[in-house]
Design a protein around this ligand. Structure first.
Ligand SMILES: [Zn+2]
Ligand SMILES: [Zn+2]
Length: 80
């Protein structure tokens, strides 16, 4: 059922920035920086350890692959 909002003068959905619009709840909370991860955001869930895109970008390739559980390989001299 659509309801009328007297704050933004619209039916059903509030317009962007309407003071009466319900606060958008984050779907996850970044385990590193504590920021909310919202619908449509890119993130990576490491089991119970969700990380936001910004924190993922801050990781080095070594750290990231370590998190995924597939550590980076260091080339060794050829075994004969
Ligand atoms: Zn509204
Ligand atoms: Zn984060």
């Amino acid at each position: 059922m659509k309801t009328y909002c007297p704050e933004c003068f619209s039916w059903g959905a509030h317009t962007h920035g309407c003071p009466a619009a319900p606060e958008v709840k984050p779907i996850h909370k970044c385990a590193v920086c504590g920021d909310g991860i919202f619908e449509g955001d890119r993130y990576k869930d490491f089991g119970d350890y969700p990380m936001c895109y910004g924190c993922l970008q801050a990781l080095s390739p070594e750290e990231l692959l370590e998190m995924v559980g597939d550590p980076i390989t260091i080339t060794k001299g050829e075994e004969q």
